[in-house]
Design a protein around this ligand. Structure first.
Ligand code: FE
Length: 283
């Protein structure tokens, strides 16, 4: 059943991305993890990288550590190569997803495997509950052909990365925060709706076109991220023309967050331990 009023989840916050530079000098549009939107529990960061100028991405992300959370890379265009200090290596092609549970720690690099052309995609950081922060690192690497598409009425299609809709279940499994991650394509005048678990945090990011969210509708223009409030289903319309929307939802952890660069723990003491362990080569 749909939850309490309102019938559709309303837009609770509407925020524009912030241009930042990260890694060895990669230009990014940061949507979560900014002064305007520090986090959306359990989501700690969302970056969009999109450029056809190699100068914006060629420096990549040389060796750097992670501990205590998960990084999710979803490629829309271009190719990246990933390699870590445990000998795990792979290529992320356009349309693929890498869901990396860093757990107790890895050191890795994420470098472009192209010298020109469009590089476009997202990196999302998902927090881990305290009990899982020191878990063994785990990778789920899904090539494009293994991401199923749900065909919905009215010509709407959904690439289901995590969670399920219309009987189509995404390949990502065993994640503590029970996430939903959809790439939704709406034709002009298309309508989409989905019921998500009550209490889950939900955000929407239209990365092509503009959409309207909820009922009564709030306009969500390209380049803005919407954090939705409590309610029933998520409703999206595309009255202005075709659009693509990233929908992400997950169960909030409600735990204290101690954050220092690529380490996300519960307490400052655990952060100090992470820094020490990294310096001593224990990752
Ligand atoms: Fe990384």
């Amino acid at each position: 059943m749909d939850g309490p009023n309102p019938i559709y989840r309303p837009v609770a916050r509407l925020v524009r991305g912030v241009p930042v530079s990260d890694g060895a000098g990669v230009r990014l549009n940061r949507l979560i993890g900014t002064p305007q939107l520090e986090d959306v529990d359990p989501f700690l960061m969302l970056d969009e990288f999109r450029s056809d100028d190699a100068a914006d991405y060629i420096a990549g992300f040389p060796d750097h550590p992670h501990r205590g959370f998960e990084t999710v890379t979803y490629m829309l265009a271009g190719r990246m190569r990933h390699a870590d200090n445990r000998g795990h290596e792979g290529r992320l092609d356009a349309g693929s997803v890498q869901w990396m549970t860093a757990g107790r720690g890895i050191v890795h690099s994420e470098m472009p495997e192209q010298e020109n052309g469009l590089m476009w995609g997202f990196q999302l950081w998902v927090n881990l509950p305290g009990k899982d922060k020191m878990t063994t690192p785990r990778y789920q690497e899904i090539p494009p052909e293994q991401i199923p598409t749900a065909a919905l009425p009215g010509g709407v299609t959904v690439k289901v990365i995590a969670g399920a809709i219309a009987g189509v279940r995404g390949p990502i499994n065993g994640i503590a925060t029970d996430p939903t991650m959809f790439d939704i394509a709406l034709p002009a005048n298309g309508r989409f709706s989905v019921s998500l678990p009550k209490g889950h945090s939900v955000f929407l990011y239209p990365f092509i076109g503009d959409v309207e969210v909820g009922e009564p509708a709030t306009r969500l223009a390209h380049g803005h991220i919407a954090l939705l409030g409590e309610g029933g289903a998520v409703a999206i319309k595309a009255p202005q023309g075709e659009a693509r929307v990233l929908l992400v939802a997950g169960r909030p952890l409600g735990e204290p967050v101690a954050r220092y660069g690529p380490f996300v723990m519960n307490t400052p003491q655990e952060i100090r331990q992470a820094v020490t362990d990294y310096q001593l080569g224990r990752f």
